[in-house]
Write a protein that binds this ligand. Structure first.
Ligand code: GAL
Length: 671
């Protein structure tokens, strides 16, 4: 069982059998005859779950106050008859033309003052009171109409909140920012102290004087920038809560969520914070076709989604069957890649696999985006693979509800991502994700699972905890990490961690203030490396990006910098702490150095791979509360691979031979 905090599973799973399967369904694009054919094809594919009505407002309420629910009634009735469950959307992700014409003040405004107009989607500000009034109106109308519908299993609130635009700079947004600051600080002097406004004459006499951080002659106050990021994430969630209130009022028993965009590219929303208001975590993930290691980025997204979900099973709400339409060059997925991708998400905790979208559009912006039913229809590679995936998922029903097993925690914090990348830092090359993703990659390649854990969440049960560039940290989170070491975990803390508190105030007396005692080191001065240069280390390795003048103060020096002006200064240290140990890493090792370090850390913490396997095989284990376990072995290579696990292979229903063919997947119910 994963050490992630356990609690009751979200209610939505009760209404879905096995691993749920389907996608976004936008039937309003099609005549009734096509919608009837859809039902047949869905049956053939084994579809059980669809998101309906995400962008339907314009057709559901074609003019203000007049509703046309006829087509949606027909669609939902037919889906219910076919035994398909629905995540019904609030339809609010694209305001109708009449609303924009009547109330142009709902439109988003960017930092440079540009008003983003209609004709696309997501053209509203979440702080707009008018928009909230109309959005709650259509939400209530939908909830009242479908509250007892047998197809309704989940509310899909809006869509990808923060997609396209995640920060809003209009007058109403500015007022909402000021109100948020007033609630946060209580009085203006508390804000002045937090933002350090004694510097550069930035003192405020009242909240009325404050603006969002727009264009300015030089760098903006970092406290103002960080708070604006916090506010922007909060305001999207606050808008979500406004719609949720309506849904709770009309349908108190129906769970609700919104689809997140957890990936290495989505920085603006603090999804750990958002998770508190979602009944189940749902995520959308799209591969970048040009990334030769895209399966590792997928694993990063899926693991982080599971972290946001607190270890609970989650919904993969969207991915693509093949090419997307929004990258510069939209390569299709290779044969078998869609199955590997889908089962990789399941391997990392998804209990539902869904796509954008069911049937590929013939018109509109996304007509060249792949779908479950492509332009060519039923007799196509894509549809055959879709049918094959549906059959595979049916065989994985026993996996439903099990948890991914992991003894490694990677501490992850959106606030640290934000704060560490605000301007005016020692080096532009310190990017929050870089070191963290290199460690995750190394663990992926070895078949070792890692959970992403918020710094304030329990670390109990983890043998190894990696803390990478956790620039800002609260006292409580620093104590949480230190206590994990005392209780027996091996902790690794990297450079540029624990430097400031949650107000972005430097912890004085030697870096890294929050972790100095735990690590037994004190850093006197940073020596970030110039572009492209490296630092030689006494263990024969090299560091990238960063070096610094570390003094050991109780820690043992494991390796040191060897060159002027840092010759002899520690680069890697270790200190025994209680039943565990705390390591400090003062540079960004190259890939070989990362591998050597991960070897040592896994060895010391006694963490092993899920199973022995040939290179190129992705491995995870999911385990049920009763102890039954499933090993997922995904062969990303183009040669057959051996995996040492014993049990029944669920996809074939036969005894596992120990071999996973090139490009194939095995799911082994272990003996
Ligand atoms: C998502 C969005 C979908 C569709 C998809 C295409 O961001 O939620 O509606 O646009 O991307 O990849």
């Amino acid at each position: 069982m994963s050490p992630q905090e356990q609690s009751a599973p979200p209610a939505v799973w009760k209404s879905l059998d096995g691993i749920a399967y389907g996608g976004d369904y936008n039937p309003e694009q099609w005549p009734v005859s096509t919608r009837l054919e859809d039902l047949e094809l869905m049956k053939e594919a084994g579809v059980t779950f669809l998101s309906v009505g995400i962008f339907s407002w314009g057709l559901l309420e074609p003019t203000e106050g007049t509703y046309d629910f006829g087509w949606l009634d027909e669609v939902l009735d037919n889906l219910a008859t076919s035994g398909i469950k629905v995540a019904l959307a609030t339809a609010t992700a694209a305001p109708p033309a009449w609303l924009v014409r009547k109330h142009p003040e709902i439109l988003p405004v960017t930092a440079d003052g540009t008003v983003l107009g209609p004709g696309s989607r997501r053209h509203y500000s979440p702080s707009s009171a008018v928009y909230r009034r109309y959005a709650t109106g259509i939400t209530r109308a939908l909830a009242e109409r479908y509250k007892d519908h047998p197809a309704l299993a989940l509310w899909h609130v809006d869509n990808e909140l923060g997609c396209h635009v995640s920060e809003f700079y209009g007058d109403e947004d500015a007022a909402a920012f000021r109100a948020w600051l007033e609630r946060r600080y209580g009085n203006i002097e508390a804000l002045n102290a937090s933002w350090g406004t004694a510097f550069w004459s930035q003192h405020y006499a009242s909240f009325e004087e404050i603006l969002p951080p727009g264009a300015a002659p030089s760098t903006l106050n970092p406290g103002q920038q960080l708070d604006f990021q916090r506010f922007s994430s909060w305001s999207l969630m606050d808008y979500y809560r406004t719609l949720l209130e309506v849904l709770r009022d009309v349908t108190p028993g129906v769970p609700a969520t919104t689809n997140l965009m957890v990936s290495s590219a989505t920085k603006s929303m603090d999804y750990f914070d958002w998770a508190k208001d979602l009944d189940v975590i749902a995520n959308d993930h799209y591969l970048v076709a040009a990334d030769p290691e895209r399966q590792i980025e997928l694993a990063f997204s899926a693991d982080l989604t599971r972290g946001v979900a607190g270890g609970h099973p989650w919904i993969l709400m969207e991915h693509s069957t093949s090419a997307v339409n929004w990258q510069p060059r939209n390569q299709p997925k290779m044969p078998g890649e869609m199955l590997r991708n889908s089962l990789a998400h399941v391997a990392r905790g998804a209990d539902a696999v869904m796509f954008f979208q069911w049937r590929q559009s013939f018109a509109g912006s996304e007509k060249f985006h792949s779908a479950m039913v492509p332009h060519g229809g039923r007799e196509t590679r894509i549809f055959r693979e879709v049918v094959g995936l549906g059959a595979a998922l049916q065989k994985l029903a026993p996996v439903k509800g099990s948890r991914v097993e992991s003894r490694v925690a990677v501490v992850f914090d959106y606030e640290a991502w934000w704060a560490s990348e605000i301007d005016s830092k020692p080096s532009v090359d310190v990017r929050y994700l870089d070191l963290l993703r290199d460690f995750h990659r190394s663990l992926f390649l070895r078949g070792v699972s890692a959970d992403f854990v918020h710094p304030s969440a329990s670390l109990a049960g983890y043998a190894l905890v990696l803390v990478c560039t956790l620039y800002n940290v609260t006292d409580a989170a620093a104590a949480n990490i230190a206590s994990a070491a005392r209780e027996g975990a091996t902790i690794l803390v990297s450079y540029f961690s624990g430097i400031v508190d949650e107000q972005d105030h430097v912890r004085l007396g030697g870096y890294p203030g929050a972790f100095r005692d735990l690590l037994g080191v004190s850093v006197e001065e940073f020596y970030p490396l110039l572009a492209g240069s490296t630092a030689k280390l006494s263990d024969g390795g090299v560091g990238r990006v960063w070096s610094e003048h570390v003094h050991a103060a109780g820690a043992e020096v494991v390796s040191a910098f060897t060159e002027y002006p840092l010759e002899g200064a520690p680069a890697l240290t270790r200190r025994s702490v209680g039943a565990g140990a705390a390591w400090y890493l003062a540079t960004f090792p190259d890939r070989d150095g990362i591998e050597a370090l991960v070897d040592r850390l896994l060895d010391e913490s006694g963490v092993a791979a899920v199973a022995g396997a040939d290179q190129g095989v992705e491995l995870t284990r999911r385990r049920n509360a009763d102890g039954t376990s499933f090993v997922f072995a995904i062969n990303h290579s183009r040669t057959d691979a051996t995996v040492r696990v014993a049990g029944t292979e669920l996809l074939s229903g036969e005894r596992f031979t120990g071999m996973v063919p090139a490009g194939a997947v095995a799911v082994v119910a272990e003996d």
